[in-house]
Write a protein that binds this ligand. Structure first.
Ligand SMILES: C[S@@+](CC[C@H](N)C(=O)[O-])C[C@H]1O[C@@H](n2cnc3c(N)ncnc32)[C@H](O)[C@@H]1O
Length: 375
Protein backbone atom coordinates (compact mmCIF):
# COMPACT_ATOMS: atom_id res chain seq x y z
CA UNK A 1 0.00 0.00 0.00
CA UNK A 2 1.28 3.46 -0.90
CA UNK A 3 2.06 5.36 2.25
CA UNK A 4 2.73 9.04 2.81
CA UNK A 5 5.29 10.25 5.33
CA UNK A 6 5.20 13.70 6.90
CA UNK A 7 8.65 14.90 7.98
CA UNK A 8 8.48 17.51 10.72
CA UNK A 9 10.80 20.41 11.35
CA UNK A 10 12.83 20.23 14.55
CA UNK A 11 12.13 23.56 16.27
CA UNK A 12 9.23 22.23 18.37
CA UNK A 13 8.30 18.67 17.46
CA UNK A 14 5.25 18.22 19.77
CA UNK A 15 3.74 21.45 18.40
CA UNK A 16 4.48 20.34 14.84
CA UNK A 17 2.71 17.02 15.50
CA UNK A 18 -0.32 18.93 16.78
CA UNK A 19 -0.26 21.18 13.73
CA UNK A 20 -0.39 18.17 11.40
CA UNK A 21 -3.41 16.84 13.30
CA UNK A 22 -5.08 20.26 13.02
CA UNK A 23 -4.42 20.76 9.30
CA UNK A 24 -5.24 17.17 8.29
CA UNK A 25 -7.98 16.25 10.78
CA UNK A 26 -9.42 13.40 8.69
CA UNK A 27 -6.14 11.58 8.17
CA UNK A 28 -4.97 8.82 10.52
CA UNK A 29 -1.31 9.00 11.36
CA UNK A 30 1.02 6.70 13.24
CA UNK A 31 4.25 7.95 14.72
CA UNK A 32 7.11 6.16 13.01
CA UNK A 33 9.55 8.45 14.87
CA UNK A 34 8.98 11.80 16.57
CA UNK A 35 9.67 13.67 13.32
CA UNK A 36 8.17 11.03 10.99
CA UNK A 37 4.39 10.70 10.84
CA UNK A 38 3.07 7.96 8.57
CA UNK A 39 -0.33 7.41 6.99
CA UNK A 40 -1.96 4.79 4.76
CA UNK A 41 -4.70 7.28 3.85
CA UNK A 42 -4.80 9.01 0.51
CA UNK A 43 -4.14 12.75 0.55
CA UNK A 44 -4.68 14.57 -2.74
CA UNK A 45 -1.90 16.63 -4.35
CA UNK A 46 -3.82 19.85 -3.81
CA UNK A 47 -4.27 19.16 -0.10
CA UNK A 48 -0.58 18.32 0.27
CA UNK A 49 0.39 21.61 -1.37
CA UNK A 50 -2.11 23.64 0.66
CA UNK A 51 -0.99 22.02 3.91
CA UNK A 52 2.65 22.79 3.15
CA UNK A 53 1.77 26.37 2.30
CA UNK A 54 0.06 26.81 5.68
CA UNK A 55 2.29 24.85 8.02
CA UNK A 56 5.15 26.17 10.13
CA UNK A 57 6.18 22.78 11.51
CA UNK A 58 6.15 20.56 8.41
CA UNK A 59 9.37 20.13 6.44
CA UNK A 60 7.96 18.05 3.55
CA UNK A 61 5.95 15.01 2.51
CA UNK A 62 7.34 11.82 0.97
CA UNK A 63 4.75 10.09 -1.23
CA UNK A 64 4.88 6.32 -1.75
CA UNK A 65 7.50 6.26 0.99
CA UNK A 66 9.86 3.34 1.67
CA UNK A 67 11.88 3.19 4.86
CA UNK A 68 14.06 1.00 7.01
CA UNK A 69 15.67 1.10 10.44
CA UNK A 70 19.44 0.88 10.08
CA UNK A 71 19.67 -0.94 13.42
CA UNK A 72 17.39 -3.73 12.25
CA UNK A 73 17.87 -4.10 8.54
CA UNK A 74 20.30 -3.73 5.67
CA UNK A 75 19.89 -1.38 2.76
CA UNK A 76 19.46 -4.24 0.23
CA UNK A 77 15.75 -4.70 0.84
CA UNK A 78 15.35 -0.93 0.94
CA UNK A 79 16.79 -0.59 -2.56
CA UNK A 80 14.47 -3.37 -3.75
CA UNK A 81 11.50 -1.41 -2.40
CA UNK A 82 12.74 1.75 -4.10
CA UNK A 83 13.07 -0.16 -7.37
CA UNK A 84 9.40 -1.13 -6.99
CA UNK A 85 8.48 2.46 -6.15
CA UNK A 86 10.20 3.71 -9.29
CA UNK A 87 9.02 0.93 -11.61
CA UNK A 88 5.40 1.31 -10.52
CA UNK A 89 5.40 5.10 -10.94
CA UNK A 90 2.99 6.14 -13.68
CA UNK A 91 5.42 8.71 -15.04
CA UNK A 92 8.94 8.80 -16.45
CA UNK A 93 11.15 11.83 -16.85
CA UNK A 94 14.15 13.49 -15.28
CA UNK A 95 14.68 13.05 -11.55
CA UNK A 96 16.94 14.41 -8.83
CA UNK A 97 17.56 12.73 -5.50
CA UNK A 98 17.66 15.27 -2.67
CA UNK A 99 19.08 14.35 0.73
CA UNK A 100 18.42 15.60 4.23
CA UNK A 101 19.85 14.60 7.61
CA UNK A 102 17.71 15.37 10.65
CA UNK A 103 18.35 15.00 14.40
CA UNK A 104 22.00 13.97 14.15
CA UNK A 105 23.91 11.35 12.19
CA UNK A 106 23.56 7.66 11.49
CA UNK A 107 26.98 6.04 11.84
CA UNK A 108 28.28 4.35 8.73
CA UNK A 109 25.63 5.88 6.48
CA UNK A 110 26.46 8.26 3.67
CA UNK A 111 23.29 9.82 2.29
CA UNK A 112 25.32 10.99 -0.70
CA UNK A 113 26.33 7.42 -1.60
CA UNK A 114 22.75 6.24 -1.09
CA UNK A 115 21.46 9.06 -3.30
CA UNK A 116 23.83 7.97 -6.08
CA UNK A 117 22.57 4.39 -5.75
CA UNK A 118 18.94 5.54 -5.94
CA UNK A 119 19.77 7.75 -8.95
CA UNK A 120 21.21 4.69 -10.70
CA UNK A 121 18.03 2.71 -9.97
CA UNK A 122 15.96 5.58 -11.39
CA UNK A 123 18.03 5.51 -14.61
CA UNK A 124 17.61 1.70 -14.84
CA UNK A 125 13.87 2.29 -14.66
CA UNK A 126 13.88 4.56 -17.70
CA UNK A 127 14.44 7.98 -16.11
CA UNK A 128 17.27 10.44 -16.54
CA UNK A 129 19.02 12.44 -13.85
CA UNK A 130 18.83 16.25 -13.90
CA UNK A 131 19.91 17.91 -10.68
CA UNK A 132 19.18 21.45 -11.83
CA UNK A 133 15.66 21.24 -13.27
CA UNK A 134 14.25 17.78 -12.72
CA UNK A 135 10.67 16.84 -13.59
CA UNK A 136 10.43 14.96 -10.29
CA UNK A 137 12.32 14.99 -7.03
CA UNK A 138 13.02 12.01 -4.82
CA UNK A 139 13.63 12.78 -1.15
CA UNK A 140 15.99 10.72 1.01
CA UNK A 141 15.88 11.55 4.72
CA UNK A 142 18.13 10.06 7.39
CA UNK A 143 16.89 10.57 10.95
CA UNK A 144 19.71 10.23 13.51
CA UNK A 145 17.31 10.03 16.45
CA UNK A 146 15.34 6.99 15.25
CA UNK A 147 18.08 5.65 12.91
CA UNK A 148 15.43 5.40 10.20
CA UNK A 149 16.09 6.22 6.57
CA UNK A 150 13.09 7.10 4.42
CA UNK A 151 12.77 7.69 0.70
CA UNK A 152 9.82 8.72 -1.48
CA UNK A 153 8.57 11.26 -4.01
CA UNK A 154 9.34 14.61 -2.48
CA UNK A 155 6.55 17.14 -2.00
CA UNK A 156 8.02 20.38 -0.67
CA UNK A 157 11.72 20.96 -0.23
CA UNK A 158 14.60 20.55 2.18
CA UNK A 159 15.05 24.26 2.76
CA UNK A 160 16.20 24.84 6.34
CA UNK A 161 14.34 28.03 6.95
CA UNK A 162 10.60 28.10 7.46
CA UNK A 163 8.87 30.39 4.94
CA UNK A 164 8.23 32.84 7.77
CA UNK A 165 11.87 34.01 7.93
CA UNK A 166 11.35 37.15 5.80
CA UNK A 167 8.65 38.27 8.25
CA UNK A 168 10.81 38.09 11.38
CA UNK A 169 9.77 40.86 13.76
CA UNK A 170 12.93 42.89 13.23
CA UNK A 171 12.44 42.89 9.43
CA UNK A 172 9.00 44.53 9.63
CA UNK A 173 8.22 48.22 9.16
CA UNK A 174 6.54 48.39 12.58
CA UNK A 175 8.33 46.66 15.43
CA UNK A 176 7.65 46.34 19.17
CA UNK A 177 9.30 43.87 21.55
CA UNK A 178 5.89 42.21 22.15
CA UNK A 179 5.98 40.64 18.68
CA UNK A 180 5.70 36.87 18.48
CA UNK A 181 8.04 34.59 16.56
CA UNK A 182 6.25 34.24 13.18
CA UNK A 183 6.68 30.45 13.23
CA UNK A 184 4.83 30.23 16.52
CA UNK A 185 2.21 32.72 15.30
CA UNK A 186 1.64 30.72 12.14
CA UNK A 187 1.42 27.42 13.96
CA UNK A 188 -1.02 28.88 16.51
CA UNK A 189 -3.33 30.09 13.74
CA UNK A 190 -3.37 26.58 12.28
CA UNK A 191 -4.07 24.95 15.66
CA UNK A 192 -6.98 27.32 16.24
CA UNK A 193 -8.53 27.21 12.76
CA UNK A 194 -7.68 23.81 11.22
CA UNK A 195 -7.69 23.41 7.44
CA UNK A 196 -8.15 26.50 5.22
CA UNK A 197 -11.75 27.62 4.87
CA UNK A 198 -13.79 30.70 3.91
CA UNK A 199 -14.25 31.78 7.50
CA UNK A 200 -11.90 34.11 9.36
CA UNK A 201 -9.36 33.88 12.13
CA UNK A 202 -9.91 36.35 14.95
CA UNK A 203 -7.02 38.04 16.78
CA UNK A 204 -8.66 40.22 19.44
CA UNK A 205 -5.37 41.75 20.69
CA UNK A 206 -3.36 42.00 17.54
CA UNK A 207 -0.49 44.26 18.70
CA UNK A 208 1.94 44.46 15.77
CA UNK A 209 -0.22 42.03 13.76
CA UNK A 210 1.94 38.92 14.18
CA UNK A 211 -0.90 36.39 13.90
CA UNK A 212 -2.70 38.44 11.25
CA UNK A 213 0.32 38.55 8.93
CA UNK A 214 0.74 34.78 9.12
CA UNK A 215 -2.97 34.08 8.67
CA UNK A 216 -3.25 36.38 5.66
CA UNK A 217 -0.10 35.18 3.92
CA UNK A 218 -1.37 31.61 4.08
CA UNK A 219 -4.69 32.69 2.57
CA UNK A 220 -6.98 32.99 5.59
CA UNK A 221 -9.48 35.80 6.05
CA UNK A 222 -8.57 37.70 9.19
CA UNK A 223 -10.20 39.95 11.76
CA UNK A 224 -7.75 41.83 13.97
CA UNK A 225 -8.63 44.13 16.86
CA UNK A 226 -6.54 46.19 19.26
CA UNK A 227 -7.41 48.80 21.82
CA UNK A 228 -4.37 50.93 21.06
CA UNK A 229 -4.62 53.05 17.92
CA UNK A 230 -0.84 53.16 17.51
CA UNK A 231 -0.82 49.35 17.36
CA UNK A 232 -3.70 49.33 14.89
CA UNK A 233 -1.87 51.73 12.57
CA UNK A 234 1.39 49.75 12.94
CA UNK A 235 -0.31 46.39 12.39
CA UNK A 236 -1.94 47.77 9.22
CA UNK A 237 1.46 48.86 7.98
CA UNK A 238 2.90 45.40 8.73
CA UNK A 239 0.01 43.60 7.05
CA UNK A 240 0.26 45.68 3.86
CA UNK A 241 3.99 45.01 3.81
CA UNK A 242 3.56 41.25 4.40
CA UNK A 243 0.92 40.97 1.67
CA UNK A 244 2.99 42.78 -0.97
CA UNK A 245 4.12 39.63 -2.74
CA UNK A 246 1.07 37.49 -2.08
CA UNK A 247 -1.75 37.08 -4.53
CA UNK A 248 -4.17 35.34 -2.14
CA UNK A 249 -7.68 36.69 -2.37
CA UNK A 250 -8.13 37.35 1.31
CA UNK A 251 -10.39 39.68 3.19
CA UNK A 252 -9.36 41.37 6.36
CA UNK A 253 -10.69 43.78 8.91
CA UNK A 254 -8.44 45.60 11.33
CA UNK A 255 -10.12 47.81 13.87
CA UNK A 256 -9.48 49.74 17.01
CA UNK A 257 -11.75 48.16 19.58
CA UNK A 258 -12.12 46.39 22.87
CA UNK A 259 -11.46 42.65 23.00
CA UNK A 260 -14.04 42.30 25.73
CA UNK A 261 -16.72 43.73 23.43
CA UNK A 262 -16.18 41.86 20.18
CA UNK A 263 -19.86 41.92 19.23
CA UNK A 264 -19.29 45.58 18.58
CA UNK A 265 -15.63 45.60 17.46
CA UNK A 266 -16.06 42.89 14.79
CA UNK A 267 -18.04 43.53 11.58
CA UNK A 268 -21.33 41.67 11.58
CA UNK A 269 -20.46 39.81 8.39
CA UNK A 270 -18.01 37.76 10.44
CA UNK A 271 -20.37 36.93 13.29
CA UNK A 272 -20.73 33.14 13.36
CA UNK A 273 -17.92 32.87 10.77
CA UNK A 274 -14.88 32.84 13.03
CA UNK A 275 -13.13 29.48 12.65
CA UNK A 276 -10.60 30.09 15.41
CA UNK A 277 -9.34 32.66 17.90
CA UNK A 278 -5.69 33.41 18.65
CA UNK A 279 -5.01 35.40 21.76
CA UNK A 280 -1.73 36.85 23.01
CA UNK A 281 -2.84 39.03 25.91
CA UNK A 282 -0.79 41.84 27.42
CA UNK A 283 1.51 41.06 30.31
CA UNK A 284 4.41 42.59 32.20
CA UNK A 285 4.48 46.33 31.71
CA UNK A 286 1.21 46.26 29.77
CA UNK A 287 -0.87 44.47 32.34
CA UNK A 288 -2.39 46.01 35.37
CA UNK A 289 -1.99 43.36 38.05
CA UNK A 290 -2.76 39.67 38.09
CA UNK A 291 -6.46 39.81 38.69
CA UNK A 292 -7.10 42.31 35.94
CA UNK A 293 -4.88 40.27 33.65
CA UNK A 294 -7.04 37.15 34.16
CA UNK A 295 -10.24 39.16 34.05
CA UNK A 296 -9.28 40.62 30.70
CA UNK A 297 -8.67 37.12 29.35
CA UNK A 298 -11.97 35.73 30.59
CA UNK A 299 -13.91 38.78 29.38
CA UNK A 300 -12.28 38.36 25.95
CA UNK A 301 -13.10 34.65 25.82
CA UNK A 302 -16.70 35.24 26.77
CA UNK A 303 -17.02 37.98 24.23
CA UNK A 304 -15.38 35.84 21.48
CA UNK A 305 -17.76 33.01 22.31
CA UNK A 306 -20.71 35.01 21.11
CA UNK A 307 -19.32 35.38 17.57
CA UNK A 308 -17.33 32.21 16.88
CA UNK A 309 -18.47 29.36 14.61
CA UNK A 310 -19.43 26.00 16.09
CA UNK A 311 -16.28 23.92 16.74
CA UNK A 312 -14.04 27.02 16.76
CA UNK A 313 -10.94 26.65 18.88
CA UNK A 314 -8.89 29.06 20.89
CA UNK A 315 -5.10 29.29 21.11
CA UNK A 316 -3.93 31.35 24.03
CA UNK A 317 -0.30 32.26 24.59
CA UNK A 318 0.87 32.80 28.19
CA UNK A 319 4.37 33.65 29.39
CA UNK A 320 5.85 31.05 31.76
CA UNK A 321 9.12 30.30 33.48
CA UNK A 322 11.16 27.95 31.30
CA UNK A 323 12.33 24.45 32.19
CA UNK A 324 10.18 23.98 35.27
CA UNK A 325 8.59 20.57 35.94
CA UNK A 326 5.29 22.21 36.62
CA UNK A 327 3.75 25.19 34.94
CA UNK A 328 4.71 28.47 36.55
CA UNK A 329 2.95 31.41 34.93
CA UNK A 330 4.86 34.68 35.04
CA UNK A 331 1.67 36.46 36.00
CA UNK A 332 -0.77 34.61 38.22
CA UNK A 333 -1.33 31.07 39.38
CA UNK A 334 -1.84 28.17 36.94
CA UNK A 335 -4.50 26.40 39.06
CA UNK A 336 -6.50 29.61 39.39
CA UNK A 337 -6.15 30.12 35.69
CA UNK A 338 -7.43 26.65 34.68
CA UNK A 339 -10.43 27.05 36.98
CA UNK A 340 -11.15 30.41 35.40
CA UNK A 341 -10.97 28.88 31.93
CA UNK A 342 -13.64 26.34 32.83
CA UNK A 343 -15.91 28.93 34.29
CA UNK A 344 -15.60 31.11 31.20
CA UNK A 345 -16.72 28.28 28.95
CA UNK A 346 -13.58 26.90 27.34
CA UNK A 347 -12.15 23.45 27.83
CA UNK A 348 -8.37 23.13 27.66
CA UNK A 349 -7.49 20.35 25.19
CA UNK A 350 -3.69 20.40 25.41
CA UNK A 351 -0.75 22.73 26.02
CA UNK A 352 2.89 22.92 25.01
CA UNK A 353 5.77 25.13 25.93
CA UNK A 354 8.02 27.01 23.51
CA UNK A 355 11.40 28.28 24.67
CA UNK A 356 12.10 32.00 24.15
CA UNK A 357 15.22 32.73 26.23
CA UNK A 358 16.82 31.74 29.55
CA UNK A 359 14.12 33.39 31.66
CA UNK A 360 11.09 33.18 29.40
CA UNK A 361 9.06 30.47 27.67
CA UNK A 362 5.61 30.66 26.17
CA UNK A 363 2.82 28.28 27.02
CA UNK A 364 0.67 27.56 23.99
CA UNK A 365 -2.76 26.53 25.21
CA UNK A 366 -5.26 24.91 22.85
CA UNK A 367 -8.85 25.02 24.06
CA UNK A 368 -12.31 24.59 22.64
CA UNK A 369 -15.32 26.73 23.23
CA UNK A 370 -17.94 24.72 25.07
CA UNK A 371 -21.63 25.40 25.34
CA UNK A 372 -21.90 24.94 29.01
CA UNK A 373 -20.17 27.09 31.61
CA UNK A 374 -18.80 24.92 34.41
CA UNK A 375 -18.53 26.08 38.01
C1 LIG B 1 1.19 41.03 23.91
S1 LIG B 1 0.49 42.22 22.88
C2 LIG B 1 0.11 41.31 21.42
C3 LIG B 1 1.32 41.07 20.59
C4 LIG B 1 1.03 40.47 19.23
N1 LIG B 1 0.73 39.07 19.32
C5 LIG B 1 2.15 40.73 18.24
O1 LIG B 1 2.58 39.78 17.54
O2 LIG B 1 2.58 41.87 18.13
C6 LIG B 1 -1.07 42.53 23.58
C7 LIG B 1 -1.91 43.59 22.90
O3 LIG B 1 -3.18 43.65 23.54
C8 LIG B 1 -3.68 44.96 23.41
N2 LIG B 1 -4.80 45.13 24.36
C9 LIG B 1 -4.76 45.25 25.70
N3 LIG B 1 -5.99 45.34 26.22
C10 LIG B 1 -6.86 45.24 25.17
C11 LIG B 1 -8.27 45.21 25.05
N4 LIG B 1 -9.06 45.30 26.11
N5 LIG B 1 -8.80 45.08 23.82
C12 LIG B 1 -8.01 44.99 22.73
N6 LIG B 1 -6.67 44.99 22.78
C13 LIG B 1 -6.10 45.10 23.98
C14 LIG B 1 -2.48 45.84 23.67
O4 LIG B 1 -2.67 47.11 23.09
C15 LIG B 1 -1.37 45.03 22.98
O5 LIG B 1 -1.15 45.51 21.67
Amino acid sequence: MAQILVCLRGWNVPLAQAEVAALLPNTDFTELAPRFMLTNDTIGAETLAETLNCAAGIQCFLRDVKYFNTNEDTSDKFYEKITTMLSSAAVRGSVAVRTLRISGRIDGVSTRTMAAEIGAIAVDQGNSVDLAQPDYEIGLIADGESQIIACGWLVGDFDDSVGTAPRRATERPFFKPVSLDPRLARLSVNLACGPLDDYAVLDPMTGTGGFAMEALTMGRNTVAVDMDEVMVAGAKQNIDWALQNHDHHVQYQITQGDASNLQQSVDEIWHGKISGVVLDPPYGRNSHGTLEHFQLITATIQSAKSIVATHAKLVLIMPIKPAEHEIVLLHGNWQDFTTLMKTSGVEIIQYWSEHVHASLARLVILAEFTNEVRH
